[in-house]
Design a protein around this ligand. Structure first.
Ligand SMILES: [Zn+2]
Length: 94
């Protein structure tokens, strides 16, 4: 089998897998607070980078994360693209 066909199949499988992921699970964990919803200060990040064990992750929110407003979730990029395309199509075919 030629290399181009293998590359095409691999890219197609990756795209279909990511599309399915965005369909069934449109939200991913927030990258800034790692899905906890808590604000992580620069001091906590520095301690984690130095290898000092950070405090255990608590479910209660001390101060909400500014990026996800305390939800701990973010919309995946693929789902964001889908929503934008859907809105453009709906606006154009009205
Ligand atoms: Zn967050």
């Amino acid at each position: 089998m030629p290399l181009a066909v293998l590359v095409f199949l691999a890219l197609t499988a990756t795209a279909l897998g990511y599309s399915a992921l965005c369909f069934f699970s449109p939200f991913g964990p927030c990258r800034r607070c790692e899905g906890t919803g808590n604000h992580i200060s620069w001091w906590d990040k520095r301690r984690a980078a130095n290898g000092t064990p950070s405090r255990p992750k608590r479910r209660s929110i001390r101060k909400p994360c500014r990026r996800c407003k305390g939800t701990g979730a973010r919309l995946r990029i693929g789902r964001r693209i889908h929503n934008r395309a859907h809105k453009i199509h709906a606006d154009g075919t009205r």
